[in-house]
Ligand binder design. Structure first.
Ligand code: R1P
Ligand code: URA
Length: 290
């Protein structure tokens, strides 16, 4: 059945509603960054740039890096934007825009999506300036209240215990990312479990002028441990998108990995004086490995 105009929204030129992209703009490997100004920091390494497109916070450059076609897109902040990003990227490759019908299983395309973003460390042994690859992502945001995500036993246990420890009214979600991409792109990086927060201040325990409902939030994050046959699980860092990527990537069948430039450490209270260099090093490392 054709997907109605109000659900699969196409612009007059046939591009998808928010990303403003046509199916031709999508390479099988996509690098994503939060900050629109970071897109040129990636594409400056390209041999050539064939397309530049912008709508809202979604800036896209398509080009070639060492002969390989790559698409780099900025997402803005938060998992609400990741809902738009993943659904529209998937539509671009897995829905026929003429018939407005999903492609058959045999025709389905699996994308490789690589988030290169900044993040704050929770633990003292994860220094500012380091690079961290996310193994499990835990979402404190509400995105997965709206999708029937299937989680493993371990993921559900971890999420339930985090719910209890933070005295939340809802259960967070927990998703392990692609082992393949983690091994390929995260070699030599710290492997960690990333908490995705629905905000930068209160949800990350930052107090400026507002008190927190749970004043010990940061300590709860830092001290959380889950023991299982797979070993000890602890939360290493937080940011605002990774769990949305991992959950929707699993549901849509795309390989996703989140690479984090650690720019803050909440145990020591430091913020990187060279945060641009830390993220630029991560960009260069990522490109060399794609
Ligand atoms: C907050 O400063 C932003 O930085 C992190 C967070 O996830 C949030 O988007 O990621 P990016 O640097 O990729 O935007
Ligand atoms: N991004 C976040 O979301 N939090 C931090 O502490 C640093 C970067």
């Amino acid at each position: 059945m054709a997907i109605p105009d109000s659900e699969l929204i196409l612009n007059k030129d046939g591009s998808i509603y928010h990303l403003n992209l046509l199916p031709d703009h999508i390479s099988d490997t996509i690098i994503t960054v939060g900050d629109p100004d970071r897109v040129p920091s990636v594409s400056q390494h390209f041999d050539s740039i064939e397309t530049v497109i912008q709508k809202r916070e979604f800036v896209t450059h398509v080009g070639y890096y060492r002969g390989k076609r790559l698409t780099v897109i900025s997402t803005g902040m938060g998992t609400d934007n990741i809902d738009i990003l993943l659904n529209e990227l998937d539509a671009l490759v897995n829905i026929d825009f003429v018939t407005r019908e999903p492609r058959s299983l045999e025709e389905r395309i699996n994308l490789r999506i690589i988030r290169v973003g900044t993040s704050g460390a929770l633990q003292a042994d994860i220094p500012v300036g380091s690079h961290l690859v996310t193994e499990h992502a835990v979402g404190l945001d509400s995105l997965m209240q709206f999708y029937p995500l299937v989680e493993t036993g371990l993921e559900v246990e971890v999420a339930r215990e985090i719910q209890q420890s933070l005295q939340l009214d809802y259960r967070p979600y927990c998703v392990r990312g692609s082992d393949l991409l983690r091994e390929q792109l995260g070699a030599g990086m710290i492997a960690g479990n990333t908490l995705t927060c629905p905000g930068f201040y209160g949800p990350q325990g930052r107090v400026l002028r507002l008190d927190l409902r749970l004043p010990t939030l940061i300590q709860q994050f830092q001290q959380f441990r889950h023991q299982s046959a797979e070993g000890e699980f602890r939360l290493t860092n937080f940011e605002m998108e990774t769990a949305g990527y991992y959950a929707l990537g699993r549901m849509l069948g795309h390989e996703v990995v989140s690479l984090n430039a650690i720019v803050a450490n909440r145990a020591s209270g430091e913020f990187a004086t060279n945060s641009e260099a830390v993220i630029n090093d991560l960009i260069a490392k990522t490109l060399a490995r794609v």
